[in-house]
Structures are given as structure tokens and as C-alpha cells.
Design a protein around this ligand. Structure first.
Ligand code: NCD
Ligand code: ZN
Length: 352
């Protein structure tokens, strides 16, 4: 049987929600990843170091005993974020970044930033204290076509942020367009991007394959095939600026399959398996370790993991659903067959 062992990977963009929902989703991630950047878009959002530390403890309680898993916390940037909030985050060994959601861009982003210039002083402090900024790169102006929002964010907002704060480390989260790939590739080394499995796997036709497919709906929305190909090329190419971030974003079945369904694909149940299949199809399995295990920690200036992960080429069927607190969670590719199965991590001491 073909097998694959490499340095234990991390997920650089993950939503785990809270309370009892943690018991389903945290073990899925902890089985495959040593660490994950935890998104702060709870309701209410995680805006202070104290909130992040309490949330971190709740996440750790949901980690199975046999796994080491380190949640890397982030804070939600708002127009009320203070310099003291930034300093407290920079001083904490558990907080690794701020997340910028333009107001209205996505799930639970109503507390997000309406006018970028209002947070410039905060970005200045983040740059000085070398705290990375993670951006949901979509301009939310309703006049802009949904499929053009990423490019509009780059042209109208990201470019000016970078001009003003050239040393600020920025992760362009869940890149979905050729424009984003090009921009990040050509930008300075302090600008990087994460890429999700769903944007590597599907183009926008997949949203309407034999009928509407709510479990493939996420934001930024799936894009055209030429853009998917550009993402595959970026993920499997030589650049160290592109790394793994699933954006696994669980929602209860009834909120996805609804007259006004939520955005978010759940992929944590099979994250690495999905990437492995994609990299294999691209003839680039040898590039998976860099993307999944090296470039992320290098960018965040954290040590690479010392343990390993093993996958076997062994077909398995994705469950039709998982329990999710009192509700049901439908994973991406529910009921379908995947080629690779993750056998487990060799447990090395937790990365510091
Ligand atoms: C995310 C969620 O549900 O929290 N949804 C999504 O479609 N990606 C929010 C986000 O990351 O934009
Ligand atoms: Zn996300």
C-alpha cells in the first residue's frame, strides 16, 4: 500500500465555533494538525486577549487525550480596538494575529471594520509590535459584483494598506482569484496567502451541479475554472508564500439548507486527505509538505513541528453527517469516496 509520511502539518485558518460544537470539530482537526490559527468570529467576537485566553481553554478541553493540539489564537479587529488591546495581544504567547473582516463580508462580520482609515493607528501599532494582520480580502460595497469583490479589495484597499504599512506582515486569507495569486506572488516577502481545499477542488459550476449545493457555498464564493487552476499552480508551485488554511467553517445543517443559507464549508473531517488527493492529481505530492507543514510556521515565525503525519492510499467513504451539539453537520463530500486516509500523527512534544 502506498503511504506518505511527512512533518506534521498545521491549519492556518480554522473556525471551531464554541461550547458543545467544539466536541465534534476540534477532534477532527487535532487528529491531523499540530496547531491551528483559530478565527475569532464568534458572537460576540473575540476582541480582547482575556476573551481569547478563555476561548483557548474551552478549545483545549475538547482536544482528545491522545492528541497534542495547540490553538493559535487571533483577535477580531474592530473600529474600537485599542492600542492596549494590541499590546496585550503582542505580549501573550498564545495570540498570534489580528483578523480584519470588512463589515458585512461574511458570517458574523457585522462587528467588522466599516472604514479602513479608522483603524490605521491600530495597524501602525501592529506593524511596530510585529503582529500579523489576517485579511478577509473582499470589498463589501453591494454595488460590486460578488465575483469581483476580491480584486476590488486588492485594488482599492490592500494596496493602500501595504503602501502605508510596508513592514506589516499580512496573510491574504482564502485566496480565490488569479488576481490574488498574482498580487501575493509579486508582493514583498511579508505578504502571504492561505488556500482552502474547496477553492482548489471546485469551480463555481459546482455550486449548481444538478441543483443548488448549499454545502459548497462559502465566502469568498467559488470562482471560475481558470482561477481554480491558478490556485492549484500557486499551492503546488515553488513559492513559499502560499500555505494551508482550510477555512473549515461548520454550520448546522438546517442553517445551510435554508431559504437564506449560511456561508461556510466544513472540511476539517478530511482536510489533509482532500489536499493530498488534489496534490496527487496535480502530480505534486512532493510539494505537499512545504505547503502544509513548512511555509506557514516560517511566515508566523514559529518552529516547524517535530512530529510526523502518515497517510495511506486507502479509499474511504466520508460519513453522511456528524452530530453537532443538538444538531447535524454535513461535511464537504458527504457520502463520497476519498483516496487518502490519514492514519495519525506521531506525537512529538507540543510545538512552543
Ligand atoms: C466563515 C464562517 O462561517 O465563519 N464562512 C465562510 O464562508 N468562509 C467566515 C469566513 O471565514 O469568511
Ligand atoms: Zn474563515
Amino acid at each position: 500500500m502506498q503511504s506518505l509520511t511527512f512533518t506534521c502539518p498545521d491549519d492556518w485558518h480554522l473556525h471551531v465555533r464554541d461550547d458543545r460544537a467544539l466536541n465534534t470539530v476540534v477532534p477532527h482537526s487535532a487528529r491531523q494538525f499540530a496547531r491551528a490559527i483559530i478565527m475569532p468570529n464568534l458572537k460576540p467576537p473575540i476582541t480582547t486577549a482575556a476573551m481569547a485566553l478563555a476561548y483557548r481553554r474551552r478549545i483545549l478541553e475538547a482536544v482528545p487525550e491522545e492528541n497534542h493540539f495547540e490553538p493559535l489564537m487571533t483577535l477580531y479587529l474592530t473600529e474600537s480596538t485599542t492600542h492596549d488591546d494590541v499590546r496585550a495581544a503582542a505580549e501573550s504567547p498564545y495570540i498570534h494575529a489580528f483578523k480584519l473582516y470588512p463589515a458585512g463580508a461574511t458570517t458574523h462580520s457585522d462587528a467588522g471594520v466599516k472604514r479602513l482609515d479608522r483603524i490605521f493607528p491600530i495597524l501602525e501599532t501592529m506593524q511596530r509590535l510585529d503582529l500579523p494582520l489576517l485579511v478577509h480580502g473582499e470589498k463589501t460595497d453591494p454595488e460590486i459584483d460578488l465575483f469581483d469583490r476580491e480584486k476590488a479589495f486588492i485594488d482599492d484597499e490592500l494596496t493602500s494598506i501595504i503602501k502605508r504599512f510596508p513592514a506589516l506582515r499580512i496573510v491574504f486569507e482564502h485566496a480565490t482569484t488569479r488576481d490574488a495569486v498574482q498580487f501575493v506572488t509579486e508582493a514583498a516577502p511579508n505578504i502571504a496567502a492561505t488556500i482552502t481545499p474547496q477553492h482548489l477542488l471546485y469551480n463555481r459550476n459546482a455550486l449548481f451541479e444538478d441543483g443548488i449545493r448549499p454545502h459548497r457555498y462559502c465566502l469568498p464564493i467559488l470562482k471560475r475554472e481558470t482561477y481554480r487552476k491558478a490556485l492549484i499552480a500557486a499551492a503546488t508551485g515553488e513559492s513559499r508564500k502560499f500555505f494551508l488554511g482550510t477555512d473549515s467553517a461548520p454550520h448546522p445543517q438546517q442553517l445551510k439548507e435554508s431559504s437564506c443559507g449560511c456561508a461556510g464549508c466544513y472540511t476539517a473531517h478530511a482536510a489533509l486527505e482532500l489536499y493530498a488527493e488534489l496534490f496527487e492529481k496535480a502530480g505534486a505530492l512532493d510539494k505537499l509538505e512545504g505547503f502544509a507543514s513548512f511555509y506557514g510556521p516560517d511566515f508566523y515565525r514559529l518552529p516547524r513541528n517535530s512530529g510526523t503525519i502518515t497517510l495511506e492510499k486507502r479509499p474511504w467513504q466520508v460519513p453522511a453527517h456528524y452530530p453537532f451539539a443538538d444538531q447535524t453537520l454535513i461535511p464537504l463530500k458527504a457520502g463520497e469516496c476519498l483516496a487518502w486516509k490519514c492514519i495519525g500523527k506521531s506525537e512529538a512534544p507540543p510545538a512552543s
